[in-house]
Design a protein around this ligand. Structure first.
Ligand code: M6R
Length: 364
């Protein structure tokens, strides 16, 4: 049931602190400050390359994870949308692990990619939310998310739970590769364990996001910008908005704007900038200022320090809790979900069952 919520989507957005905590419990051993896997004896040490394949929102979770696998484990990562992967003669060498990511575990394109990789001798890990699904059954290593049933067509809580699993998995791989000492592991565990509280704090901005939804609801086009692990979040924000509000939206890597898309900017195009404080903040802000200099109407999503430093001249700001960069993609998922939700409600669309879409896409 939807409980007190008007839509499943909103209910599922609000469940995130609880389900992410639930998911993390099976991947973190808090007492020992260690990460762990549901199948502890799975041999990770021999993995030399990772190939991530998924669709839609699950693909964006994979894009975030690529940063983590490379940064922590120093393992090369190849990533593709499932519908493209099989048709480009991908090179799959010995020691390769394919990670499929899927809420349903039934998406036809992703399943076909899994089977193709298996036939090519790859080991298969599956990050899925439905433990009885086909992908779960066919994987060597099942990495369940514990998001509970997701009813809304727009994926929300499955995404943040996928990120939680993937961060913990990247840390496990890093440890198996001798790239994560006990101290670094302990810190990583502590940062991950902060995610549920940070998600809760992010949800507290629901009303202020609702209050600014009209600024976006009247637009014809909307852009989302981010850098590093927040670039996939920009793509995710744009997908969410398109799906449920039917407003045309695009996500771009902030630094790519000046290579073309900036030509779209005028005072009719809201630009949502995802810029948590951290190593990439300054660069993202300078891209944001290029947009402002051309009359662009910016909504800056950052933490208190970021909003203080760069909020002036923005059409609106959304202040997130200040979090470690590792969990920022999880936390910043909340405002992009809520913004899409409130814009869709303002437009009166069918939020839980948007037109032309199915929850599980079982045709290729
Ligand atoms: O069940 P899956 O995670 O494999 O589904 C993949 C996509 O179809 C899905 O994420 C879709 O993009 C969502 N409707 C996005 O909100």
């Amino acid at each position: 049931s939807k409980g007190n919520h008007r839509h499943y989507m909103l209910k599922e957005i609000y469940e995130q602190p609880v389900v992410v905590a639930q998911t993390l419990r099976s991947y973190l051993r808090r007492m020992e400050d260690q990460v762990s896997l549901p199948i502890p004896d799975f041999d990770l040490g021999g993995i030399r390359r990772v190939t991530i394949v998924a669709c839609g929102t699950s693909f964006y979770a994979g894009m975030v994870a690529k940063y983590w696998f490379e940064q922590f484990a120093r393992v090369p990562v190849d990533i593709d949308v499932a519908s493209e992967f099989r048709y480009r003669a991908p090179v799959m060498e010995e020691g390769g692990l394919m990670i499929v990511i899927s809420q349903s575990g039934e998406t036809a394109d992703t399943l076909a990619a899994l089977r193709h990789a298996r036939a090519e001798g790859q080991k298969i890990a599956a990050v899925v939310n439905v433990p009885t699904s086909t992908m779960a059954r066919e994987a060597d290593l099942l990495l369940p998310t514990h998001a509970g049933p997701e009813i809304g067509v727009a994926s929300t809580k499955a995404f943040t739970c996928q990120l939680a699993v993937l961060a913990a998995f990247a840390a496990n791989l890093a440890r198996a590769k001798g790239r994560l000492d006990a101290k670094a592991e302990k810190e990583l565990v502590r940062h991950l364990a902060e995610a549920p509280a940070a998600l809760n704090a992010a949800l507290a901005y629901d009303e202020s996001i609702e209050g600014m939804a009209h600024l976006v609801a009247s637009a014809r086009d909307v852009l989302y910008l981010g850098r590093g692990p927040d670039y996939p979040l920009a793509l995710e924000g744009a997908l969410k908005l398109k799906e449920i509000s039917y407003i045309h939206a695009e996500g771009y890597a902030a630094g790519e704007m000046k290579h073309g898309p900036i030509a779209l900017i005028d005072d009719q195009v809201p630009v949502i900038v995802l810029a948590p404080s951290g190593p990439l903040f300054e660069k993202t802000v300078s891209n944001m200022q290029e947009v402002q200099a051309r009359g662009g109407k910016v909504v800056l999503v950052s933490d208190y320090d970021g909003v203080q430093a760069a909020g002036e001249g923005c059409m609106a700001t959304i202040t997130m809790p200040k979090v470690h960069p590792l969990i920022a993609p999880m936390v910043y998922a909340v405002p992009v979900q809520l913004l899409a939700y409130h814009v869709a409600v303002a437009k009166g669309t069918d939020v839980d069952q948007p037109r032309n879409l199915a929850k599980s896409v079982t045709v290729e």
